[in-house]
Ligand binder design. Structure first.
Ligand code: DCP
Ligand code: MG
Ligand code: MN
Length: 338
């Protein structure tokens, strides 16, 4: 259910980008990988373009944009609209699916099931469908969760969590990750990485799950718990938070990270997801493996590319050293938008 983030675009081509993004999301959902890829490529190119592109000819001169998308750019600029988006292809069922897919925690499976059962609106779902507790929260707060969060508000949520955590243990550090760390003016959710120098993941987990979450819940800051896992490959808590005097619920994620994995976690949770994919691909081309815990070498694979061993840790603690070990120049977070 992840989009690459044409949302919240600024700059000279912001309006065009948001319309193209809608179409790219549509091709994602229809599992049209070829079209989806060419749209993402064009969006990425246009996002980096310093001036407003207004005609097909200008569009075609931008590397990464082909004829058909260049035509659509001209149409968007001319008419503030794209006919393709309301044409027969985007039929009613597809529009219903799109709506359902924007509910937090809902995937193609549930969306298809509800659409097939004849449900058309969010009210239908609330009244007639069988929903899990989380899905009910997702529907009830549909508009909240689909509204981008201004950068200043992300900071207020982060400050609230930091204050509470420091009141429990001063040594903790919190980093605001995701689109915020990339410098975005607004974010889809609030991603907070929580770590403590010298502490084990078990200690951090106990502090966060047994003390921080209950404390912030009694403060009425945390208003819903949506998902939590504590597995070998990452420990997380997902929920919703709400500032005092506000009615808007925001999606908030806590990512629990031990010091030894801090660099790899900073890299992973900064994103964006496409940048991460390219870094992982690069690692694998060099016979290494990158994940949110570290960079590993000597990963043994059989001929089916099946992993036989985890390999040896090259670097996990230091974000810059991971770039060095991969042989790529440091890229500041603001430049990790693909
Ligand atoms: N991430 C990833 N692959 C995924 C999901 C997440 O690599 N499938 C990483 C990169 C993301 C980061 O985790 O930047 C945070 O995930 P979010 O879904 O919160 O995405 P962003 O913070 O980048 O964007 P948004 O502003 O929409 O939250
Ligand atoms: Mg985010
Ligand atoms: Mn997130």
């Amino acid at each position: 259910h992840k989009h690459t983030g044409g949302k919240g675009d600024q700059g000279p081509n912001a309006q065009t980008l948001s319309v193209l993004q809608e179409l790219a999301d549509y091709y994602d959902q229809t599992r049209d990988p070829w079209r989806s890829k060419s749209y993402r490529q064009a969006i990425s190119a246009l996002r980096k373009h310093p001036t407003k592109v207004t005609t097909k000819e200008e569009g075609m001169r931008v590397f990464g944009i082909g004829t058909s998308i260049a035509e659509k750019i001209e149409e968007i600029v001319r008419t503030s609209h794209l006919r393709k988006l309301d044409s027969t292809k985007m039929d009613e069922r597809q529009q219903i699916l799109n709506k359902f897919l924007k509910i937090y925690g809902v995937g193609i499976h549930a969306a298809e099931r509800w659409a097939s059962a004849g449900h058309k609106t969010l009210d239908d779902l609330l009244q007639k469908a069988e929903l899990t507790d989380n899905q009910r929260i997702g529907v009830a707060h549909y508009d909240d969760f689909n509204t981008r969060i201004p950068r200043a508000e992300v900071e207020q949520h982060a400050t609230t969590v930091t204050k509470a955590l420091k009141s429990l243990d001063k040594i903790y550090t919190i980093y605001t990750m995701g689109s915020y760390r990339r410098g975005a003016q607004n974010s889809g959710d609030i991603d907070l990485l929580i770590t403590k120098p010298g502490a084990s993941i078990d200690e951090i987990r106990t502090t966060v799950m047994d003390r921080l979450v209950p404390l912030l819940t009694t403060q009425n800051f945390l208003v819903a718990a949506l998902a939590q896992t504590s597995q070998a490959d990452g420990t997380k808590w997902h929920g919703a938070s709400c500032l005092p005097h506000s009615k808007i619920w925001r999606r908030i994620d806590f990512l629990l990270v031990p010091e030894a994995e801090l660099g790899a976690a900073l890299l992973y949770f900064t994103g964006n997801d496409i940048f991460n994919r390219s870094m992982r691909l690069l690692a694998s081309k060099k016979g290494m493996r990158l994940n949110q815990r570290g960079l590993y070498k000597d990963v043994l694979r059989d001929y089916g590319r099946e992993k036989l061993s985890e390999g040896t840790l090259v670097e996990g603690r230091d974000e810059r050293k991971i770039f060095e070990a991969l042989g790529v120049p440091w890229r500041p977070p603001e430049h990790r938008i693909c």
